[in-house]
Design a binder for this molecule. Structure first.
Ligand SMILES: *[C@@H]1O[C@H](CO)[C@@H](O)[C@H](O)[C@H]1NC(C)=O
Ligand SMILES: *[C@@H]1O[C@H](CO)[C@@H](O)[C@H](O)[C@H]1NC(C)=O
Length: 267
């Protein structure tokens, strides 16, 4: 009897430990995953950016340059896996995909990786970024549609806005392919389908044309008048800042996959 009770107790304790280990793994307290550039690559990228003709105008427009660079792979914050999936619908289909990505990132923690940079993109008085090309094996570890390193931002701007900058740049070159992500970035993602149709029907093939016809577009896609005015305003003002692109000779940079964990974990 005593042996059986002891076995049951041990079993219960073991089960509890397994559950605790599993839940501490699932909520691994990582705030974000990134590729952090190593020191020589940081120096190389910094001197290339500082040496190019756009650097001074970018700084004079109000952008405060960073000293350290990283490629964000997955931003977690306080979000649940389902919320992360909703925030990254293109790369992460659902909560299971987020869990799988977190597992893969944990397996790759500390691994060295190559990052290639071949241009700089910046928006007057707002934000500057270097689009980052990752090898195929690492591309799948990044939840962002346009992997990048933020080079600097104006006071009040957030590094996450590099995603909007690069979505705009891509949509300016590839209107139909880039429209959905750009609309998502400016907060109009829910209109993607109807607005794409409207653009095709009205032969709108550039962001500039779309922004210029903001009133007509908004009227076609949003029946509610107050909401329609808001959509029109967003479309009209979305290209207000000038965007600048500067190709540079290909830079091969080295970094490491890192987890940034919360300092205190409440269990
Ligand atoms: C998470 O939530 C806590 C408490 O609400 C807050 O203080 C903290 O800034 C949040 N962290 C992030 C990364 O959003
Ligand atoms: C997530 O998507 C995958 C692939 O479409 C599917 O197999 C899986 O069942 C989905 N998981 C959930 C929780 O919806």
């Amino acid at each position: 009897m005593a042996v059986r009770a002891l076995a049951a107790l041990l079993g219960a304790l073991l089960a509890r430990e397994v559950v605790q280990a599993r839940s501490s793994r699932e909520t691994d307290s990582v705030i974000y995953w990134s590729i952090a550039l190593d020191h020589p690559s940081t120096e190389l990228l910094s001197s290339r950016w500082r040496g190019c003709s756009d650097f001074v105008p970018a700084e004079e427009s109000g952008i405060v340059m960073k000293e350290q660079y990283h490629v964000t792979l997955l931003f977690v914050g306080n979000a649940s896996d389902a919320e992360i999936a909703r925030a990254n619908p293109t790369m992460l289909r659902n909560a299971s995909a987020v869990q799988e990505l977190r597992r893969r990132l944990r397996r790759h923690e500390g691994q060295p990786v190559q990052v290639e940079v071949s241009d700089f993109v910046w928006e007057d008085g707002h934000i500057a970024a270097a689009p980052a090309q990752l090898a195929n094996t690492e591309r799948g570890l990044c939840a962002n549609v346009h992997p990048h390193m933020t080079l600097g931002m104006a006071p009040g701007a957030m590094a996450v806005e590099s995603n909007g900058l690069l979505a705009r740049r891509f949509a300016e070159h590839h209107f139909h392919a880039g429209l959905a992500e750009w609309l998502r970035q400016i907060g109009l993602g829910q209109y993607t389908k109807i607005l794409s149709l409207w653009c095709r029907k009205n032969q709108v093939t550039t962001l500039e044309e779309l922004s210029g016809r903001a009133a007509k577009a908004a009227a076609a896609i949003e029946p509610d008048p107050s909401r329609r005015a808001e959509v029109e305003k967003i479309l009209r003002s979305s290209l207000a800042r000038r965007i600048n692109e500067l190709p540079t000779a290909r830079l091969q940079l080295q970094g490491t996959i890192e987890a940034h964990r919360a300092a205190f974990v409440v269990v």
